[in-house]
Design a protein. Structure first.
Length: 276
């Protein structure tokens, strides 16, 4: 019993159909057509093997479905079901060459992928440039800020100092009292406050100085023969002469001047009030 492919070849020759003719109509290569007629199906592209055989059988007028069934048997497979409509309508690459428009359509994904990669690279470059520009701007601004002189608020800005001229022009002495100093040398006066207060001090051993005593802070001033301190106010203020509380002044929101003389052994306290 002859093989089915030899019967196909015989049928073609009987009908006088040339392989060249089938090649031109289906665009299946002559090598593939010869492989079909010689039973060398392994030489056919595996994906299109059945489509090639079916197209060949159709061109020579053979039963395409029967031919496919015989092919399955020849290959050692179970008889395959009838080729689906989808497979029948599917065209082989060689039987129907792609038009220019179809080729262009197939190339679109490749072009799109390339464009996407190109856009991604461009985007990354733009982001990197933006980050670098921001960094440069910040560095320049930091350098400019470093060059600018620092402005420090005066520690007397809130309280404001009291000058002798202001004390003379704007205030009157409300009360003045003198008491005996019982302390002995060496002499120290400790300032402790519960409120922020400006003061100016002058002694026989220290140059005149003014400062602000922060809330909860304290200062220790050493002096020899004399010490004079002017406070802008005495709210929350406590004074300690050689460790002993100095109780001879009242809490006041107006200036208070305290003068200590170790020569006369006196403590003089003046309370001021704004002029009316």
């Amino acid at each position: 019993m002859s093989e089915f492919y030899t019967e196909l070849k015989a049928l073609r020759e009987e009908r006088g159909i040339d392989l060249e003719e089938i090649h031109h109509r289906t665009k299946i290569s002559l090598a593939s057509l010869n492989a079909i007629e010689n039973g060398q199906f392994i030489q056919l592209p595996h994906t299109y093997m059945r489509l090639f055989v079916k197209a060949y059988a159709t061109e020579i007028g053979a039963d395409a479905e029967e031919t496919l069934s015989q092919l399955e048997t020849f290959l050692g497979n179970k008889p395959a079901p009838s080729t689906s409509k989808k497979e029948e309508d599917q065209e082989t690459p060689e039987s129907h060459p792609l038009t220019e428009s179809e080729s262009a359509d197939l190339s679109v994904p490749n072009r799109s992928a390339k464009n996407m990669r190109k856009d991604m690279v461009t985007g990354i470059i733009l982001v990197a440039i933006s980050i670098f520009a921001i960094y440069i701007i910040r560095v320049v601004n930091a350098e400019e800020a470093a060059k600018a002189p620092m402005e420090y608020p005066s520690e007397f800005e809130e309280e404001g100092p009291i000058t002798d001229q202001m004390l003379q022009n704007d205030y009157d002495v409300l009360t003045q009292s003198t008491q005996i100093m019982e302390a002995e040398a060496p002499y120290t006066l400790k300032l402790a406050t519960a409120e922020r207060v400006w003061y100016r001090s002058q002694s026989d051993t220290l140059s005149p100085a003014e400062a602000v005593l922060p809330i909860g802070d304290n200062r220790l001033i050493e002096f020899g023969d004399s010490l004079e301190i002017l406070f802008k106010h005495t709210k929350g203020l406590n004074l300690y002469l050689n460790g002993l509380t100095l109780n001879s002044f009242d809490s006041s929101q107006n200036p208070v001047k305290i003068s200590l003389s170790t020569v006369d052994k006196t403590v003089t306290i003046q309370h001021f009030t704004p002029k009316i």
